[in-house]
Structures are given as structure tokens and as C-alpha cells.
Design a protein around this ligand. Structure first.
Ligand code: PLP
Length: 402
């Protein structure tokens, strides 16, 4: 069959029934750190697992295929993936990054800039004038994060790529929030796609990992060589688990985003909520762009609670189906308070500039029943602790008995 496979089939079938030794349907995990040489100066395809490993290679080639890249490098965390792209820069280079990017990315860029390893400009990429002024400085790299974490701002990848290319700037897109199931930045001209595979790609909150996919083969080779030099390549078992999670990426995300849309509508109509940030809402400023650039609106959203920090504390402590925790993209629903959790590291002033207030709450919507999630939010918004306890008890009863 020569027809190009559907991405859903690529995700499910990666490495299936390829084992020549025993005919194992599911590809085995290769834990060996080292591989025998066939003879003097005759290494096999693999010699040492930091450099290359069959389990990691399989995950890398699958991610490259899903994102439409020439190659991918799988590393030990999303931050290691961001840092791997930064390794292409030198002290005379400038990087343009979103003013409201993930707090860890903001911290990494700021700390490396403070050490004079390159210069950074944090820019609101929806501000055409500010972006044009930044590009006049001919940056080496422009980093995009869309939808942004945690404000769900959407920027036009294709238009930014066109402007960046005219300035000779390479573009990297952090695609963690949507995954290739919902957005494929390389089709819009991006040079690199970055993932925290910890999130949707693995999807089960049991592996921390990252990946960089490069559109250009030479870039992919440079990144792979540098990942080997620094020793940041991911462990084989983590790759095996991530590939197992990746097989269900499409159905997970499809279901999760249906529930997220329902939750966004529910919150939008609730009097205790001052604003909802979800690109699937017609009122979201990036709704039209997200409709054309993405193939779905995703399962992340954030909202402002009326009532300030006190209301936030009551709200997060009243929830019982949503868990108060960092991270996102897993099968379980999580709630986070960016100002004191995920975006604490970027500092109060940078949060103010980005528009991340102390009243902002972020939700990662999982695979639980929509009704339980909405009941949980309702109870917490009403600050009704007794009701919250009931939901918890109900969710623990056998579903067949209900
Ligand atoms: N990029 C984005 C958009 C993220 O949300 C995160 C983590 O939340 C990262 C990168 C970093 O990933 P990791 O925690 O796997 O290092």
C-alpha cells in the first residue's frame, strides 16, 4: 500500500508487528546501554544508548512523521527540548520569544540571557508593530507558543513565519498544548516543533519527556549530535511508555476537547467567573484564527475568578474530581493556579506584563465523565464543600450500581 497513511494510523501502528526475532506484535523495549560490534571497527546501527537506542529511535521517527519533519530528537524533558533548540544560538544571537510563554521557558531564556549566552526580546506576537520592530534586529530564532500557556492566546503561525523568513530568522513552535493531532506547525512553515511529551503525547502523567522535530535533515542531525554531546537523550523505558501513550493520542484528545468545550460554555455563563480563555468560544479574540489554523480547540482553558485570590483558594480547595497539580495533557483533569505554581518562576513583573493575574485559574480537562467534571466545578464555584464531598463519594461508587 503506497497511499500516505492517516496520522491516526501512524500513531497507532508505530513499530507494530516489526519484530523479526520473535514476531512480537508490540515492539519490545531495548534497555541495553551498549551494543556489540560485529568486529574490529565494525559497529552496528547502534553502539551506545546515549547516542542512539532502538526504542528512542522508534518514538523519534513516529513524532517526525506525525509532525511532517525530516527528523526528531527525543530528550529527557520539555525544558531539555527547548534548551536543545537554544543550543543552536551563540552570544551574538537574538531570540524573540512570546511575552506570555510557559514560565519555565521564560526562566530558562532569562537565565541564559543573564549569562550572556544570547540576547532575548519578549514580545507580544499579536502586536504587529512590536513584532516588526523585533524582526528589524534580525533575530536568529523566533519562538512561538500557540495557544499560549496559560492565557490561551492564539497567534498566526503562517503569517509570523513569513515575516520571520524575510528577516532570515528560523522559527520554532512549541506545540505542547495541541499536539500534532490538532495543529501541525511545519505545514505552516515552521523550522522546528518543540514538545513537552510529558503532556498530551504521553498523556498518562507518568513520564517526563521532550522532543524537537526539525523540518530540515541537517538541523535534525545537528540537534541529535548536540543531544548526545550533552547527554540529554531520553531513557528507553520512558520512550517505550511515551510510544504506548501516543497510540491513543487522537481518541484521547478528540474526547477531551469535546468535554473542554462544554466546560468553557458552562464557565462562560457562570456569574462567579469574570472571563474565560478558550479559543473554541466565539467570544475569544483568537477564535477565527484558531478555527483555520488548528483542527480542534484542544482541552486546555483558563479563566478569571471574580473575587480575587480568596476566591481562588476556596475554589481550588473545594474541587474533588479536578486535582490541584502542575502539568497538563493527561487523562485526569487537573487545576492549576499559574501565579503560584506553573508561572511562579517567571516573576511578578513578567506575569503582570503577560497579563497573568492572581485570579487566573487553569484547567486541563481529562477523560472523566463530563457531568462529574461540571458538577465538581459547580460545587466549587458555589463554594459548597458538602456538595464537593458528595461528588467525591459518588465518583468512588461502582458505576454499575448507579
Ligand atoms: N512547554 C510548555 C508549553 C509547557 O507547558 C511545559 C511544561 O508545562 C514545557 C514546555 C516544559 O515541559 P517539561 O515539564 O516536560 O520540562
Amino acid at each position: 500500500m503506497n497511499k500516505k497513511k492517516d496520522p491516526r494510523t501512524i500513531a497507532v501502528n508505530a513499530g507494530i508487528a516489526t519484530d523479526k526475532a520473535f514476531g512480537a506484535v508490540t515492539p519490545p523495549v531495548y534497555l541495553s546501554t551498549t551494543y556489540s560490534f560485529e568486529g574490529y571497527e565494525r559497529p552496528r546501527a547502534h553502539d551506545y544508548s546515549r547516542t542512539a537506542n532502538p526504542s528512542r529511535d522508534l518514538l523519534a521517527s513516529t513524532l517526525a512523521e506525525l509532525e511532517g519533519g525530516a527528523g526528531a530528537v527525543v530528550v529527557s524533558s520539555g525544558m531539555a527540548a527547548v534548551d536543545l533548540v537554544l543550543s543552536l544560538l551563540g552570544p551574538n544571537d537574538l531570540i524573540v520569544a512570546p511575552h506570555d510563554c510557559y514560565g519555565g521557558t521564560h526562566r530558562l531564556l532569562s537565565l541564559r540571557r543573564d549569562r550572556k549566552q544570547f540576547d532575548v526580546l519578549f514580545v507580544n506576537q499579536n502586536d504587529t508593530k512590536a513584532l516588526a520592530e523585533a524582526l528589524e534586529q534580525f533575530p536568529a530564532l523566533l519562538l512561538i507558543e500557540t495557544p499560549s500557556n496559560p492565557l490561551m492566546r492564539v497567534v498566526d503561525i503562517q503569517s509570523i513565519v513569513e515575516r520571520a523568513k524575510a528577516a532570515g530568522t528560523k522559527v520554532a513552535v512549541d506545540n505542547t498544548f495541541l499536539s500534532p493531532a490538532l495543529q501541525r506547525p511545519m505545514q505552516l512553515g515552521a523550522d522546528f516543533v518543540i514538545h513537552s511529551t510529558t503532556k498530551y503525547l504521553n498523556g498518562h502523567s507518568d513520564v517526563v519527556g521532550g522532543a524537537v522535530i526539525a523540518a530540515d535533515k541537517a538541523d535534525a542531525e545537528t540537534l541529535a549530535a548536540w543531544a548526545n554531546v550533552c547527554g540529554v537523550t531520553a531513557s528507553p523505558f520512558d520512550c517505550y511508555l511515551t510510544l504506548r501513550g501516543l497510540r491513543t493520542l487522537f481518541p484521547r484528545v478528540e474526547r477531551q476537547q469535546i468535554t473542554a468545550a462544554k466546560i468553557a460554555e458552562y464557565l462562560h455563563a457562570h456569574p462567579a467567573v469574570a472571563a474565560v480563555h478558550y479559543p473554541g468560544l466565539a467570544s475569544h479574540p483568537g477564535h477565527a484564527l484558531a478555527s483555520s489554523q488548528q483542527s480542534g480547540f484542544g482541552a486546555m482553558l483558563s479563566f478569571e475568578l471574580a473575587g480575587g485570590v480568596g476566591a481562588v483558594r476556596r475554589f481550588v480547595e473545594s474541587l474533588s474530581v479536578f486535582t490541584l497539580a502542575e502539568s497538563l495533557g493527561g487523562i485526569e483533569s487537573l487545576v492549576a493556579h499559574p501565579a503560584t505554581m506553573t508561572h511562579l518562576g517567571m516573576g511578578a513583573e513578567a506575569r503582570r506584563v503577560a497579563g497573568i493575574t492572581d485570579s487566573l485559574v487553569r484547567l486541563s480537562v481529562g477523560l472523566e465523565a463530563e457531568s462529574d467534571l461540571i458538577d465538581d466545578l459547580k460545587c466549587a464555584l458555589d463554594a459548597n464543600h458538602a456538595c464537593a464531598r458528595n461528588v467525591q463519594q459518588n465518583s468512588k461508587t461502582d458505576p454499575l450500581e448507579r
